[in-house]
Design a protein around this ligand. Structure first.
Ligand SMILES: N[C@@H](CCC(=O)N[C@@H](CS)C(=O)NCC(=O)O)C(=O)O
Length: 238
């Protein structure tokens, strides 16, 4: 028996099916994809995928069992960084990657900084403890983990502030995938009011600029049941 011979890794589908993003509202990885789709003016239907609930079909859509999963161009796409790089190649306007290998490396380095280091040290401990445990009915928040996330975010903000004192955008002179990746993580924390914007004027100005883009509008109306957004969350002048 050769069960996997010729089987597509991800199901192929009707090319005319509506673009759809399986997501949850406060996932930085899903937000990154939403921001890039919106910047490229690709309309998608958002479908909440509560992957932790029995009956979730996430494994049918992504063998890794993770969201985001994007249905577009007749197939399913997984892994947020791979998705946004695909989008940038397949939908080149506006471009969100620079031209030279050195600049492209800097964009990818910063995307990994957020999706790996920042996520492990800040986004995941804070959001898991403050939001996900309650949503998933998985016990009480561990305040030590929240505190360690809140301590770590300060160093990250100082580093980002330092970069932005010397650059217009995070990775250089143009708006790139790095800015959307950073904004995706920071916006999740900002929703629950865990960003001290007074720490760096340069970082606050950068966030105010990216938050004012039309691509951000959809994120600013997100509502997670049981967690009202911070009062300043949707304000452009915060
Ligand atoms: N590297 C993945 C990470 C995605 C990820 O961790 N998604 C979380 C939600 S924020 C998830 O689906 N977790 C399900 C699980 O870990 O089982 C990406 O960039 O898409």
């Amino acid at each position: 028996m050769v069960p996997f011979l010729g089987m597509p890794k991800f199901p192929l589908m009707n090319t005319h099916s509506t673009p759809r993003l399986y997501h949850v509202a406060l996932s930085p990885f899903c937000r990154k994809v939403r921001l890039v789709l919106a910047e490229k003016r690709i309309d998608v239907e958002l479908v909440e995928e509560r992957w932790w609930e029995p009956g979730s079909e996430i494994l049918r859509r992504n063998p890794a069992g993770k969201i985001p999963v994007l249905r577009l161009d007749g197939r399913l796409w997984a892994e947020s960084q791979a998705i946004v790089e695909y989008l940038d190649e397949a939908y080149p306007n506006p471009p969100l990657m620079p031209l030279t290998p050195t600049e492209r490396h800097e964009v990818r380095r910063l995307c990994a900084w957020f999706d790996d280091k920042f996520n492990t040290e800040v986004t995941r401990p804070i959001l898991s403890e403050r939001v996900w445990k309650k949503v998933m009915n998985a016990g009480y928040p561990d305040s030590r983990l929240v505190k360690s996330g809140l301590r770590a975010v300060k160093d990250h903000m100082d580093y980002l502030g330092h970069l932005l004192e010397h650059r217009k955008w995070l990775a250089g002179n143009m708006l790139t995938l790095a800015d959307f990746t950073a904004a995706a993580h920071l916006s999740c924390l900002d929703y629950i009011s865990d960003v001290d914007w007074d720490r760096s004027a340069a970082l606050r100005d950068w966030y105010a600029t990216i938050k004012s883009r039309p691509a951000f509008r959809n994120l600013l109306v997100d509502q997670v049941p049981g967690f009202a957004p911070a009062p300043h969350y949707a304000q452009l002048d915060f």
